[in-house]
Structure formats: structure tokens, C-alpha cells
Design a protein around this ligand. Structure first.
Ligand code: FAD
Ligand code: SIN
Length: 532
């Protein structure tokens, strides 16, 4: 039986801010297929709270935003990429405003109300109260839905990129080109060919590889894993950012308590009610995230406590409720905490992948016709630690730059290349859900306990030995088994965990989010990216 094939000039894998912004920018230039492995709005973007950093006021400057970004990145940012991101930021915010994103304005002056977060020397963060991401996701999706050249595919799971390796029999030589992707449809449970002139990975992050994470379940690093299997260059996977304040709620997904609460005056306290972050860094609550997360981790371990408090109770109660309505509602409903009157129990949790698929300033990867943007990409802007609210900005700026690049390129869809159908000969429908679940839990707990906020050579080596076994076992199981989304996710998470540990083992120093107990200092000889 011949399966349905899908063809387009542009295939975008991912429907978050990076994928949808790019789709909207490209829609006048050709047919765009956008696929999402679950609901189109189940993205990291949708959960973003704090906002988007950009320079728009006279009291601020590009230089200041660049310096703050470089400082948070602990000498590993690519300065050219940071300059591009910061200087093109205001235009990209204007695109969102033109499309209808309703950023919060101050009641007094009707100017945009700019927030402050850790590591920023001034207030420069555009936000929609405390649900910035949901508003952006909604506006972008509505527009993409309306455009006749954009086709959106929900519940379509990209398995692997189609490369020379798959079509070599039909080509004269190997060219290191991407021709699209093999995609598993959860609707008909078949694997389809998505052929495309240009393929763009906008698959988001991978922080669900850790037991405790602020990310939705979809955040399993699929783009990085697919790129890795296709031989594409990956960088800096050791730098996983832990957010200092996720709601402590045993047994639940970790709901984020935005950094904007600390920007608004919130204070972190131990269970005796003592503020302690200033003991670790004079910038206190507004120091970069890696520092605040380590301070909390250290305090919790020293005092053998399960969480700390984030205290907003000294601030105007009404204003706190109005400024953070979603967080207020969530805490009241789920744990009966009124954030304006009670301290909030919080813990650090895995939040953001600073490394990823290496790209040029135009989003080009090391494979021809393959681009990457958003959290899955490594553009160089974050270095060893991302500055708060620079992620949505990076996704917007670099997806736009890809569109500018693609518009200068030859339009094509590779209809002259014979792409074989997905081959399932010999695979069995094994009902071994328990094995998948067990391995998944093992990876998450291994990563949290051995590869977390504080690492050591010994814990990393132990983790590496175990992950290698799981990785090999999963690959072997994958080769013999009929595709399911659970299996694909496990396979990708094993690959991501493997890359994070491998990269961490290569960096015998502490820098940004990578902290090694046995190498507590930064060293000049490690002033370079870790490339796989
Ligand atoms: P995402 O928005 O995560 O979208 C990924 C898309 O890829 C999804 O559609 C998914 O279905 C699809 N996908 C993945 N794998 C596959 C596959 N195999 N096949 C098909 N589709 C696939 N950053 C800020 O700058 N400011 C903030 O205030 C902020 N707050 C945050 C709060 C939370 C709780 C979290 C989790 C993150 C926050 N971040 C914030 C980070 C930021 O939200 C993300 O980095 C950003 O949204 C990533 O956008 P993206 O388009 O790259 O990916
Ligand atoms: C937050 O609101 O604290 C998240 C901001 C970010 O991840 O940049």
C-alpha cells in the first residue's frame, strides 16, 4: 500500500514561537507545512510567563542589554550573535504588536509596563501580565490558521530527518543534504514521508530529561536527537539551566513561579524565614539564575530542607494579585496558598537547554537545506547560562533571519529525488510499555541525581556508564519494534541524556550552569564550545 506523502517548499517541525513566526514570515514565498507532535499549542512557548527582553527606552541601551547577556553567559556567549539578537529585538517585538499581541501597559502613563528579572540591570521586559507565552501562542496560531499557504499538522511526530543515507541509491554522490523528514501520524499510526526543499527544526527544549522540570511533557529534545543521528553538529549540551523557583508541590508537574516575582520585590527565605541569597551573591534575588539556583540548592542541602520560601507578603496585596493573576489563581486553587498573604514554597527545577544544534547567524546548520531555531538551536547567544527572557527574543530574531535567508534561495521541493517509504519489515508490535516507562524513569532520576545543579567527575562517570547501557538497549529495542510516540520519546531522551553527560565530562571546570564540585573554578583553556 502506498502511503500518503506530503510535499512543500518548507517543512517546519514545531509550532511554538520559533516555528510559527518563521511560518508566517515564509507564507508568501511558498507552501509551508508545520507539524507538531501533540496539540499545536502544547509548547514551551505556551507556558512562558515572564516575557521578552528588549531595549526600547531612553534610560536603556543596546550596550547594556548586550553586557547583561554576556555577563550571565560567563564568557562563553558569541558576541556577534548577542549583538544581532539585541539590536534586532525591537523590530521583532513590533511585529508581535502589529499582529495583535497585547503587551501590558502601565495604568498611569499607558506606556508599556516593563518588568525586571535576574541579571538585567534595568526594567526591559515586555510581558502580558504573567501569561506572556499563552498570548503569543494564541495570536501566532490564529494567524497561521488563517493563511492559505500554511498547513498545520497536529499529532504528527517527526522520527528522523531524510538525508543522503536514505536516498543514496538514487543520487550520484553524497551531498550532506536534508530532504525532509519521516513523520509518524498518531491518527492513522503510519509513518509518512514529508518531502521538503528546506527543513527547519523548531522543536523546543529537552528539560524533561530531568526528573523535576518546569517544562511540559513534550519537551524531550527531539530536534537535537534527530540532528545528532543525522550527523549534524551539536554544541554545549552540558549547559542546562535550572530555574530557581518552581512551585514545591510533591507529586505534581512543577508549575513555574516566574522570576518576575523576584523582579517585583519577592524575597527568598529559608524555612526559619531568613533571607539568604545575598550571602552567596551581593545582587541577591536578582543575580543570574545559575547563582540563585545554587544558593537555594546549597541552603536546602545544608539545612536538610525540602524547599525554601518565596515571600511576597511585604508587598501591596492587591497589586500582587493584579500583576500575577495566573500564578495567584494556580497557587490558591492547587495548594491553598494566597501568594499575596502567604509565603510560596519553591524549589529549583530543570528549565532550559542552553546548548543545541549549532547554527550560523542565519540559522544554517552543518547540513545543507537544514535550519534550526528557537530552544533547539545553539546560536551562541546564551553561552554558559541564559539571561532571563532572552529565549523568546532569540527565537523571534533568529527565525526571522532564517526567513530572510530562505527568501534569497532557490525554491525547490526535491520532486526529482526518489525517497523510499518507511521500512517496517521485521518489526514486531511488542507490548512492552513497562520497559519504556521503566527506562524513562531511570533516565530522569539518573539525570536529576547525578547530572543536576551540582556535579562531580565521579557522579558524571557513573551516570555515563548507565546511560550508555540504556541508550544501546533502547536503540536495539527501537530497531525491532513498531513505532509509538512513547518509544520515540524514550529514544530521543536517551540520546539527549547521553549528549549532556558526554559534554559535561569534557568540561573539567565550573562555568555558568555547569558546576563541578571538584573543579569549582573557571579556566581559560575551557573558553570554547563543547562540540559533538
Ligand atoms: P516550543 O515552544 O517548545 O515548541 C516546540 C514545538 O516542537 C512544539 O510544537 C512541539 O510539539 C514540536 N515538536 C517537538 N518535537 C517534535 C517532533 N519530534 N515532531 C513534531 N513536532 C515536535 N523564555 C523567555 O524568554 N521568557 C519567559 O518568560 C519564559 N518563561 C518560561 C516559562 C516556562 C514554564 C518554560 C517551560 C519556559 C519559559 N521560557 C521563557 C523559555 C521559552 O518559553 C522557550 O525557550 C521557548 O518558548 C521555546 O520556543 P520554541 O519555539 O523553540 O519551542
Ligand atoms: C520566568 O518567568 O521566570 C521565566 C523567564 C525565562 O525563562 O526567561
Amino acid at each position: 500500500m502506498t502511503l500518503e506523502r506530503f510535499e512543500s517548499e518548507y517543512l517546519i517541525i514545531g509550532s511554538g514561537i520559533a516555528g510559527l513566526n518563521l511560518a508566517l514570515q515564509m507564507a508568501e514565498s511558498g507552501k509551508v507545512n508545520v507539524i507538531s507532535k501533540t496539540n499545536l499549542d502544547e509548547t514551551n512557548t505556551n507556558y512562558a510567563q515572564g516575557g521578552i527582553a528588549t531595549v526600547t527606552t531612553e534610560s536603556d541601551s543596546f550596550e547594556s542589554h548586550i553586557n547583561d547577556t554576556l555577563m550571565a553567559g560567563a564568557d562563553l556567549c558569541h558576541k556577534d550573535a548577542v549583538e544581532v539578537m539585541v539590536s534586532e529585538g525591537p523590530d521583532r517585538i513590533n511585529d508581535l504588536i502589529d499582529w495583535g499581541v497585547n503587551f501590558s501597559r502601565s495604568k498611569e502613563s499607558s506606556d508599556y509596563e516593563l518588568a525586571r528579572e535576574g541579571g538585567h540591570s534595568v526594567s526591559r521586559i515586555f510581558h502580558v501580565k504573567d501569561f506572556t507565552g499563552a498570548e503569543i501562542q494564541k495570536v501566532l496560531l490564529e494567524r497561521a490558521n488563517e493563511h492559505p499557504n500554511i498547513q498545520l499538522f497536529e499529532d504528527y511526530y517527526a522520527i528522523d530527518l531524510i538525508t543522503d543515507h536514505h536516498v543514496l541509491g538514487n543520487l550520484q554522490a553524497a551531498f550532506n543534504i536534508c530532504f525532509g523528514a519521516y513523520v509518524f501520524s498518531k491518527n492513522d499510526r503510519k509513518v509518512h514521508v514529508f518531502r521538503s526543499g528546506y527543513t527547519i527544526l523548531a522543536t523546543g527544549g529537552g528539560s524533561r530529561v530531568f526528573q523535576y522540570s518546569t517544562n511540559p511533557e513534550t519537551s524531550t529534545g527531539d530536534g537535537v536527537a534527530m540532528a545528532y543521528r543525522a550527523g549534524v553538529r551539536i554544541a554545549n549540551m552540558e549547559f542546562v539551566q535550572f530555574h530557581p523557583t518552581a512551585l514545591y508541590e510533591p507529586g505534581h508537574r512543577l508549575f513555574l513561579i516566574s522570576e518576575a516575582l523576584r523582579g517585583y520585590g519577592g524575597i527568598i527565605k529559608n524555612l526559619d524565614g531568613e533571607a539568604f541569597v545575598k550571602k552567596y551573591d551581593s545582587r541577591g534575588e536578582l543575580a543570574p539564575r545559575d547563582i540563585v539556583s545554587r544558593a537555594i540548592d546549597s541552603e536546602m542541602k545544608k539545612r536538610r530542607e525540602d524547599h525554601v520560601w518565596l515571600d511576597m507578603t511585604h508587598l501591596d496585596h492587591n497589586k500582587v494579585r493584579q500583576r500575577f493573576p495566573k500564578i495567584y489563581e494556580y497557587c490558591l486553587k492547587e495548594i491553598n496558598v494566597d501568594i499575596s498573604k502567604d509565603p510560596i514554597p519553591v524549589v529549583p527545577a530543570a528549565h532550559y537547554l542552553c546548548g543545541g544544534i549549532m547554527t550560523s547567524l542565519n540559522g544554517q546548520t552543518s547540513m545543507q537545506n537544514l535550519f534550526a531555531c528557537g530552544e533547539t538551536a545553539h546560536t551562541g547567544v546564551h553561552g554558559a547560562n541564559r539571561l532571563a527572557s532572552n529565549s523568546l527574543l532569540e527565537a523571534l530574531v533568529f527565525s526571522y533571519r532564517i526567513s530572510e535567508k530562505l527568501k534569497t534561495k532557490l525554491k525547490r521541493n526535491f520532486d526529482d529525488v526518489l525517497i523510499p517509504e518507511w521500512d517496517e519489515t521485521g518489526v514486531l508490535n511488542m507490548d512492552e510499555w513497562f520497559l519504556i516507562k521503566h527506562n524513562l524513569k531511570q533516565i530522569q532520576s539518573l539525570m536529576w541525581n547525578y547530572v543536576g545543579i551540582v556535579r562531580s567527575k565521579q557522579t558524571l562517570e557513573r551516570a555515563f556508564r548507565r546511560i550508555k547501557l540504556i541508550y544501546e538497549e533502547t536503540e536495539n529495542y527501537y530497531q525491532r519494534t513498531k513505532i509509538s510516540s512513547e518509544l520515540l520519546e524514550l529514544r530521543n531522551m536517551a540520546a539527549i541524556a547521553y549528549m549532556i553527560i558526554l559534554s559535561a565530562l569534557r568540561r573539567n571546570e565550573s562555568r555558568g550552569c555547569h558546576y563541578m564540585k571538584d573543579y569549582p573554578e573557571s579556566m581559560d583553556r575551557f573558553l570554547k564550545d563543547t562540540i559533538i
